[in-house]
Design a protein around this ligand. Structure first.
Ligand code: FAD
Ligand code: SIN
Length: 506
């Protein structure tokens, strides 16, 4: 039963960097729906290292593009990379005009950090390692001033409404449990990634793959789902999510050491600790799997400056009873970012008319098999603005009301726990056919139990199942997708599920 019906020119689902960037540039009556409080929730607020952007005097969009392509290992969409790196500087300047305050040097110029895979210092950051919080503060304040944007927060979207092959709305559950149907010709999914599908993750609780699941249920094209990025340095403690130890620490000279205190990355890659993220994550994981421990040691490189330069990480370490000024921090890789997602063109248009997808939920193709550090906030800014221009260009009359029949919301904490450990154990950093098949069989069983309902658990099972199926079907190793049974890299190819039949897709 629908309790409220709301009409709008556009509905944006998700209030992180991508949703806010879209909201800032979309005219007409816009509703921004977010399951968290407005201005909070999602990965954006937690971003540490910063935004990669070609603004330094010795940099250029071409150099930024070539680093992005090198790390992406042959399956980036080259046009999308050109768009990202050439439009990035303008979008970051715009963000500064919206009031974002990035760190500056003594002369008042932007201060650029360095992260893995970048050929030079290119990362703008705020308050040391609290970049995401500053971006959320500035962008949500700017959106709050837009009289055409209405915010519905604490509202969980769980279904898209399809009529004659196009999207005509979405259904959500509001803060009082009321069911809301949005009637609109334009829905923009900005729901973020899938990190919570894994028991070890840096991602906050909101990041559950809901956008991927909703888009899959209406038959949207999904691309490169097997590419899940594991960040090499999450702090080992009893905290969930695992606190991130930003890559900027390694950029500042922090080193990875094993339980004998010996550095091991220099023997594996010429860039040592600043090798591409997948390589550092696998090297770290192979030691942990062998029963060893791994530590990030910043005591020499950063030492007493730690609280000023990296206040977020310092606070997390202190919460875990550790002092990074003088001791190494125990680390593990953790699920961090989804390179794959809902396939979109250069303007965020999915394969279903009326459905746009932006930010981490989208597969624009900019990241290939391995995202270059700090390219994701930039992607949200650039492609959010592009999607807004496309929504504007295709503003349509309000569609006729197609009554949605919402399925009951199912809360299944046991299933969620099981999905998370299954994904870490079988669809994690090192994969093989038997582990993937075992995960798919179990996810099939879980999905049969949840088919009659909607909500977070059902979305998580579906998103996990689609990722596991994609991982099994890519019989090669490339970037973040490593197959023990197919260690070689084959021909570069992006892979799509077109209008997946969810009952038979395995
Ligand atoms: P998010 O910021 O995750 O926002 C998703 C939004 O969707 C939230 O508002 C959430 O409440 C809402 N939502 C989700 N599901 C629903 C639903 N069903 N109904 C309604 N609302 C919903 N990238 C960088 O480029 N630089 C960095 O320094 C960096 N550091 C990072 C540090 C950490 C700890 C993490 C976790 C990630 C980091 N990343 C970084 C990655 C980057 O932060 C994310 O990829 C990016 O912020 C994603 O933005 P988004 O707008 O797509 O999604
Ligand atoms: C980090 O600060 O290490 C995270 C950067 C990113 O994920 O882009």
């Amino acid at each position: 039963m629908i309790d409220r019906m709301i009409r709008a020119d556009a509905v944006i689902i998700g209030g992180g960097v991508a949703g806010l960037a879209t909201a800032l540039a979309t005219p007409g009556d816009v509703v921004l729906v977010s399951k968290s409080d407005f201005g909070h929730g999602g990965s954006t607020e937690w971003a540490q290292g910063g935004v990669a952007v070609a603004l330094a005097a010795d940099d250029s969009p071409q150099l930024h593009a070539s680093d992005t392509l090198r790390v992406g290992l042959g399956i980036n969409d080259q046009q999308a990379v050109q768009v990202l790196t050439s439009e990035g500087p303008r979008r970051v300047q715009e963000l500064i005009r919206h009031g974002a305050r990035f760190d500056r040097n003594a002369k008042g110029d932007l201060s650029f950090g360095r992260e893995a895979g970048h050929g030079l210092h290119r990362i703008v950051h705020a308050n040391g390692d609290a970049t995401g919080a500053e971006i959320m503060r500035a962008m949500s304040a700017a959106v709050a001033l837009r009289s055409n944007v209405t915010v519905h927060d604490q509202t969980y979207a769980f279904e898209l409404v399809l009529d004659s092959g196009r999207i005509v709305g979405a259904v959500a559950v509001g803060p009082e449990g009321e069911i809301i149907q949005y009637v609109t010709p334009s829905v923009v999914l900005a729901t973020g990634g899938i990190g919570r599908l894994y028991s070890r993750t840096t991602n906050p609780v909101e990041v559950t793959g809901a956008g991927l699941a909703m888009a899959a249920r209406v038959g949207a094209r999904l691309i490169d789902l097997e590419f899940v990025q594991f960040h090499p340095t999450a702090l080992v403690s009893d905290l969930d999510p695992m606190p991130l130890l930003t890559e900027a620490l390694r950029g500042a000279g922090a080193v990875l050491v094993d339980d004998q205190g010996s550095r091991f990355m220099a023997a594996i890659h010429r860039d040592a600790e600043l090798a591409p993220r997948d390589i550092v994550a696998r090297a770290t994981w192979s030691l942990l799997e062998a029963g060893r421990s791994v530590y990030l040691d910043a005591s020499e490189a950063v030492g007493s400056e730690f609280p000023d330069r990296f206040p977020t990480v310092f606070a997390a370490a202190q919460r875990a009873g550790l002092d990074p000024r003088v001791e190494p921090l125990p680390v593990s890789p953790a699920a961090h970012y989804h390179m794959g997602g809902v396939g979109v063109d250069l303007f965020g248009r999915s394969s279903i008319p009326g459905l746009w997808v932006v930010g981490e939920a989208a597969a624009t193709g900019v990241h290939g098999a391995n995202r270059l550090a700090s390219n994701s906030l930039l992607e949200g800014l650039v492609f959010g603005a592009r999607a807004a221009s496309s929504v504007t260009g295709s503003l349509l009359p309000a569609p006729r009301v197609v009554p949605a029949i919402p399925s009951p919301i199912v809360d299944a904490p046991g299933a969620v726990r099981e999905v998370r450990s299954l994904m870490w154990d079988r669809v994690g950093i090192v994969r093989d056919d038997s582990g993937l098949s075992c995960a798919i069989d179990r996810l099939d069983q879980l999905s049969r139990h949840l088919t009659s309902g909607s909500g977070e658990a059902a979305d998580m099972v579906l998103a996990a199942r689609l990722i596991a199926i994609s991982a099994r079907s890519r019989a090669e190793s490339r970037g973040a997708h490593f197959r023990r049974d197919f260690p070689a890299t084959g021909q570069p190819e992006r892979r799509a599920f077109d209008a997946p039949d969810l009952a038979t897709v395995a």
